[in-house]
Design a protein around this ligand. Structure first.
Ligand code: COI
Length: 369
């Protein structure tokens, strides 16, 4: 008789303290593409976490790489596992792949790979009661040796999984606006989930963390007048008017990644009868928000405790000039900023309720493994 699926969670992990770090599991999924066949190969389960990649692969030399992040959860009773909205991530990976000249991974292949990676590591999906998840990290890259700046002949698609808690924690964090560094050029790769949008941020986010800022925020690269996104997640501003009307405001910018978490809480907000506006968000508007949230797969929803800007920026002709005159402006501080706000709590409860199977999935977001 086949053993029951899913197996119970392993007892080698302290599930009350999963954290956000790499943990080794049973293995990952791989598929390979060659321009000679024009096809992705059948999925293969590989137990070695190290991949075989030529040192001259454009993935390593020219940043020809894109990735995704999504999550799987154990449902009540711990006897079923569901992945949250993998179809959206499949499409987003195709969007990113186009930017870096990697052949698209077909949606069906993506879904099968993600399901297989979760199923073959099912004992690492955290217990339902912890609220923690299995984080799924699909990746694509140019993998064969290539010196000239043109697409190589071979590509890899891998899906890694690992158990995680939430990134940034659940308490309000202070945000620092990145004034000296721009995440993406105005007509560049901002909407693609490519490593090149993340690596250059490391030194700034690390410095900011050392100064007590848990998260960094990017304004538009051209003028620094509008909000783009946090370095790790999407931006949501909450407006609560005197009559109690609630509106979620999200940036309409072609330099931001289409956050699946943000899209989901926008749907949830609409379902609650709230308004949703996708539009340019002026920096000057920040003080009007009653709450600001960072939305992402790894982060879920992070309440923002304050937003600080240090440098002044002005346009001289077409050039933006940034100067640090020592002034520091705390541009957004909500009332009661020590604790998650009412809207954050409502959205997060509903989102987690759907992900964990505690709330009816009327949107069809759970894909059972
Ligand atoms: C995610 O939220 O899944 C991401 O990819 C962000 C990353 C910085 C952890």
């Amino acid at each position: 008789m086949a053993p029951a699926f899913p197996p119970p969670p392993v007892n080698t992990i302290d599930w009350s303290n999963v954290g956000f770090k790499v943990r080794e599991v049973n293995g990952h999924i791989e598929s390979h593409y060659s321009i000679h066949t024009g096809k992705w190969s059948p999925l293969k389960f590989v137990t070695d976490p190290y991949i075989r990649l030529h040192g001259m692969a454009p993935a390593l030399n020219y940043g020809q790489q894109a990735y995704e992040g999504l999550k799987a959860f154990r449902l009540p009773g711990n006897d079923r596992i569901a992945i949250f909205r993998p179809d959206r991530n499949a499409l987003r990976l195709q969007h990113s792949a186009e930017f870096i000249s990697v052949p698209p991974v077909p949606v069906d292949l993506f879904l099968s790979a993600v399901k297989a990676a979760v199923a073959l590591n099912a004992e690492y999906v955290p217990p339902h009661e912890t609220g923690a998840a299995m984080y799924i990290r699909p990746q694509v890259y140019g993998s064969s040796a290539q010196l000239g700046l043109s697409p190589p002949e071979e590509y890899m698609f891998c899906v890694y999984v690992l158990p995680t808690g939430v990134y940034h924690g659940t308490h309000p964090v202070k945000a620092l606006i990145m004034d000296e560094f721009d995440r993406a050029a105005p007509n560049g790769t901002g909407s693609a989930k490519v490593g090149g949008n993340y690596a250059p941020v490391l030194r700034w986010s690390d410095k900011a963390r050392g100064e007590g800022y848990g998260i960094t925020l990017h304004l538009d690269s051209k003028r620094h007048e509008e909000v783009d996104e946090f370095s790790t997640s999407g931006f949501i501003g909450v407006l609560k008017e005197g009559d109690g009307k609630i509106t979620l405001v999200v940036p309409d910018s072609k330099a931001v990644i289409d956050s699946v978490t943000s899209l989901s809480v926008q749907e949830i907000g609409r379902d609650f009868g709230w308004g949703v506006e996708k539009r340019a968000i002026k920096y000057d508007e920040l003080p009007k928000f009653t709450e600001v949230l960072a939305a992402g797969t790894a982060a879920a929803l992070v309440p923002i405790r304050s937003i600080t800007k240090r440098n002044s920026n002005r346009l001289e002709g077409q050039a933006r000039v940034s100067s640090n005159d020592g002034a520091e402006t705390v541009t957004y501080i909500p009332e009661g900023n020590e604790e998650p706000g009412e809207i954050c709590t409502k959205l997060l409860d509903q989102l987690k309720g759907i992900q964990l199977g505690k709330v009816e999935d009327k949107f069809g977001w759970r894909f059972e493994v």
